[in-house]
Design a protein around this ligand. Structure first.
Ligand code: MSP
Length: 525
């Protein structure tokens, strides 16, 4: 049977600086969903990349005494390196400076134009370069001391007047409202959906979608007008279709993967994705992605990350300090993903040690060592199962999978992880009540059954946690010799239970306990 296609993307990051914890969080959040779907038998396409044009990048390049392309190359390489370092399983990495993307962006422009939605006019209004976004006067706050106007996200907006092409966004107000109404799953979470609906109900103005090249020359030229450069957001949003071969709509990738299942983005850029993007797509005669999921922002030690506060965390430093799997686990476990989250050093250490080192890691090592020593390093034979044995194993089979599926689709990974951890905790209790070390003398056959049950539970825990901590989970499955082809979610079933007599490898801990040392100060300061 053909696998169901599943297409997921992150936002593409501006290359005006180095990657930080916020970028890492989004990449991991999306990676976790992509891995989940692959394990659940889907044909997954996962795209991430970099957004390299626009005023913000051009200006920062200039401040750094570099040409925009040279500057973009340097920083795009850092984002590519971060993706590798975080174990992100993307199938493609798109840079908006690539030729394929220029072709796609000019093609979508022509489609909007052919549909009669583009005209030349003059833009007069507020613009924030930091957000590359337009604002109306009533959205801004004037700071009396400096005379600056700030957007709701706290960036400065300046008054701009220039000739530009416009997209007839105002004509899409009703179409969009109807679309939101008919597709309640389109904008998630609910709070963001309400925010967007009330914004659109306020009425939409036509959108300026080009810059005169005398003011900005870093971007994709408007087709048939060399004096204009495309607005960076029209170019940037198009990446999602470039990634599946647009404008070649008859290509296998386009047919298979468009419309995307999820665009995973931060709450600050929801308007671009939930208002502009569907309007462009309707105008171009293309389908609209199924869901825009807006995650919250991550603060550090309770404060917004900012260069001036000096609390911007680098993913490289964090991996050095805590370990990759630990970071992935913590971010996915601790945060409610539609809301803002916090990274605190103390909480991280506590969570990583309690759940990983002392929890899953200890359970696996303790059990497998008992088997290794007492059962001739082989999965033992089991006798008749008791009610407790069955209850514990059943918790790891279909019921677990059902809960994983139900919550993963809503990005409720914290709940998913909790259901896996609850199995680990019940296994610990089971060890205490069954006391295999006593059975060893009193009833060795029963000891073998108990250890068999535990090895089966460990198999289920390791299979189910692979999408969060792929490396450590893989090591546990290697220790019990579960073959690569038996590690999918469909194997969370008694039908694929471990065979008695399977050799196990010498057990070792896969989640080291994190001990505080000086290096930690770097992150906790
Ligand atoms: N280039 C645009 C996106 C274009 S998508 C067609 C952009 N880039 S960004 O580099 O500023 O942000 C990339 C992503 O990281 C966004 O989804 C943004 O919300 C997210 N984050 C940036 N800082 C963040 C935190 N502190 N916490 C969580 N995510 C944050 O926007």
């Amino acid at each position: 049977m053909a696998k169901t296609p599943f297409y997921i993307t992150t936002a593409i990051s501006y290359v005006n600086g180095s990657p930080h914890l916020g970028h890492a969080y989004e990449a991991i959040l999306t990676d976790v969903m992509a891995r989940f779907k692959r394990l659940d038998g889907y044909d997954v396409m996962f795209l991430t990349g970099t957004d390299e044009h626009g005023e913000k990048v051009a200006k920062t390049a200039e401040q750094n005494g570099m040409k925009p392309k040279e500057f973009a190359d340097k920083n795009a390489a850092e984002f590519q390196a971060m993706t590798k370092l975080l174990g992100i399983s993307n199938d493609d990495f798109i840079r908006t400076t690539e030729e394929r993307h220029h072709i796609a962006s000019q093609a979508i422009w022509k489609r909007l134009q052919d549909n009669g939605d583009i005209y030349l006019g003059k833009y007069k209004g507020w613009y924030s370069i930091r957000e590359e976004g337009y604002f109306t006067e009533d959205e801004l706050t004037k700071i009396p001391e400096t005379g600056e106007y700030l957007t709701p996200n706290g960036t400065e907006a300046k008054w701009v007047e220039e000739e530009s092409y416009f997209f007839k966004l105002s004509e899409y107000t009703d179409k969009l409202l109807t679309y939101y109404e008919d597709h309640p799953e389109f904008i998630q979470p609910e709070s963001r959906r309400n925010e967007i609906i009330s914004f659109v109900k306020g009425g939409l103005k036509d959108l300026s979608i080009s810059r005169h090249k005398d003011r900005l020359n870093w971007g994709i030229p408007v087709p048939e007008d060399k004096n204009h450069i495309m607005y960076v957001w029209l170019d940037a949003l198009t990446n999602y279709i470039t990634g599946v071969n647009f404008p070649d709509e008859s290509s296998e990738n386009f047919k298979k993967f468009w419309p995307a299942d999820y665009h995973v983005i931060g709450k600050d850029i929801i308007r671009f994705h939930a208002v502009y993007w569907p309007a462009f797509l309707i105008s171009a005669g293309l389908d609209i992605p199924k869901t825009i999921f807006a995650h919250g922002f991550i603060n550090v030690q309770g404060q917004k990350m900012s260069k001036s506060v000096g609390n911007v965390l680098s993913p490289i430093d964090m991996i050095d300090t805590y370990g990759l799997e630990q970071i992935r686990y913590f971010l996915m476990r601790e945060i409610s993903h539609g809301q803002d989250g916090n990274f605190s050093h103390e909480q991280a250490i506590e969570r990583m040690n309690a759940d990983l080192a002392n929890g899953i890691g200890n359970l696996a090592q303790r059990t497998l060592s008992m088997i290794y020593k007492n059962c001739n390093s082989q999965i033992p034979e089991h006798g008749e199962f008791t009610e407790q044995d069955n209850a514990l194993m059943n918790q790891g089979y279909e019921k677990l999978l059902e809960s994983l599926r139900q919550h993963t689709d809503k990005f409720e990974y914290n709940i998913v992880i909790e259901s896996i951890m609850s199995l680990a905790r019940n296994a610990d209790k089971y060890i205490d009540t069954q006391a295999p070390w006593i059975l060893k003398k009193e009833d060795p056959k029963r000891m073998e059954t108990v250890l068999y049950v535990l090895s089966e539970v460990i198999r289920c825990i390791a299979i189910s946690i692979q999408f969060i901590t792929p490396d450590a989970a893989g090591k546990i499955l290697d220790q019990i010799n579960v073959s690569e082809s038996n590690r999918l979610f469909k194997h969370l079933s008694a039908d694929y239970s471990l065979k008695a007599g399977t050799n196990i490898n010498k057990p070792y801990g896969v989640f080291p306990r994190i001990v505080e040392d000086e290096q930690m100060q770097k992150v906790s300061e």
